[in-house]
Design a binder for this molecule. Structure first.
Ligand SMILES: *Cc1c(COP(=O)(O)O)cnc(C)c1O
Length: 399
């Protein structure tokens, strides 16, 4: 099929829920993607924060191929080694105690919400528990995860959603208190808001939320689906705040391209929440996906990837600062580690499209006015220089 045939067939057969860019990607190598005509694109989006090692990583591929040749799926009715290994490694790097593997980020959120509800149910008996979520947050597209997503226009067509969700203002502790009631069972937030526009939690805010949760025996759910897995320079962003969640959600880069997520809980939560019969999944944690997780976590060590992210971040930030100073229409830079955004007063959608089509540079938007950059974690200074050249040529057309 040529490009036009592919695009036509997509319209014919796929439910139209995405306005896709007119590009057909065929393969990738390192931080570069290649389209159907073998044209090269620099990728500063990583498939929305998924491809931490970039494309075509041989260590990763070998581990997957080996697992495919053994077994790709059994079910959760049996044991298999890849899941057990992945769970042990994930508990270790997250400092959580028990993990449940899912197939996506949204499913990790579903599991986290059910866990919090069950925890409160066991503590206080039946009741209509409330969850405090954040305005401007994003937690996924399933009904439960949508219920705690703070963008009204995503939610509105699907009311009624899960009841008892209250929205507080991110980084405003007073707003949390204003939404608190004796029915509150959990507070859910992204340690760094991704889709909402690259807002890191303030340290004081998160510390106070943690304290409040301890005092009231409310569970703190940190959604690190986007900001976790080394993206900010620590395996999980919460490590930089000196606090720990009761429930952690993780996905995106967890499998470096295979669909896998997880929620992880502390022992305190594990002993008094979900029990056999309460939760399950057919695919979740299958041998293929957990072999990928296991290999991803090994490769973080082997490549010293966290050190690399810490080392390369100042260079990236410096380049972004140069851009902020150079172009009047960039009003701010925001983010943490290799999760950065530039706030623009020119239409971000146009910038993203121009970058892709004219400069073969893949970037993302976030919120209504933020250019979002999520490069593969393995980027080098040379890649960042190439990014700068390309994005400057795009920005020049807006000056
Ligand atoms: C992407 C994302 C999700 C949803 O993950 P899916 O795998 O798309 O279901 C949830 N939370 C955050 C913070 C995300 O960035």
């Amino acid at each position: 099929m040529n490009k036009n045939q592919i695009m036509d067939k997509a319209e014919e057969n796929l439910l139209h829920v995405y306005n896709r860019f007119p590009v057909v990607f065929d393969h990738g190598k390192g931080v570069f993607l290649y389209d159907d005509e073998d044209e090269e694109y620099l990728d500063f989006a990583s498939g929305i924060g998924v491809m931490a090692f970039g494309y075509g990583n041989e260590d990763y591929e070998e581990a997957l191929v080996a697992q495919i040749k053994k077994i790709t799926h059994t079910s959760n009715l049996f044991y298999h080694e890849p899941m057990i290994e992945a769970a042990e490694k994930l508990c270790k790097v997250s400092s959580m105690d028990k993990v449940f593997f899912t197939n996506s980020g949204a499913e990790a959120i579903e599991g986290a919400l059910k866990t919090a509800k069950k925890y409160a149910y066991l503590k206080k008996g039946a009741g209509d528990y409330e969850v405090i979520a954040m305005e401007n947050s994003f937690h996924g597209r399933t009904v439960g995860s949508l219920s705690v997503t703070g963008t009204e226009h995503y939610r509105e067509p699907f009311y009624p959603l899960m009841s008892g969700v209250k929205f507080a203002t991110f980084n405003d502790f007073g707003s949390i208190l204003a939404n608190l009631s004796d029915k509150t069972c959990a507070i859910i937030l992204e340690t760094v808001q991704g889709e909402g526009g690259l807002y890191p939690a303030d340290k004081e805010f998160l510390t106070k939320v943690r304290q409040l949760c301890d005092e009231e025996d409310i569970l703190l759910i940190l959604d690190e689906v986007q900001c976790g897995m080394g993206r900010t320079g620590t395996m999980y962003a919460f490590e930089q705040y000196g606090i720990k969640p009761d429930i952690l959600t993780t996905a995106k880069a967890l499998g470096n391209g295979v669909p896998v997520g997880a929620f992880a809980v502390t022992d305190k939560v594990a002993v008094s929440s979900l029990e056999p019969g309460d939760h399950g999944t057919t695919y979740g944690g299958n041998p293929l996906c957990t072999a990928a997780v296991s290999q991803v976590l090994d490769l973080f060590d082997e490549y010293k990837l966290l050190e690399h992210v810490k080392k390369i971040t100042p260079y990236f930030e410096q380049v972004l600062d140069v851009l902020v100073n150079k172009y009047d229409f960039i009003t701010a830079k925001r983010g943490l580690g290799l999760m950065q955004g530039l706030v623009l007063t020119v239409p971000v959608k146009e910038v993203v499209t121009k970058a892709l089509l004219d400069e073969h540079l893949v970037v993302l938007s976030a919120g209504k006015d933020v250019l979002r950059l999520l490069p593969p974690l393995v980027i080098t200074e040379q890649d960042i220089d190439l990014f700068k050249e390309k994005i400057e040529r795009v920005f020049d057309t807006f000056s």
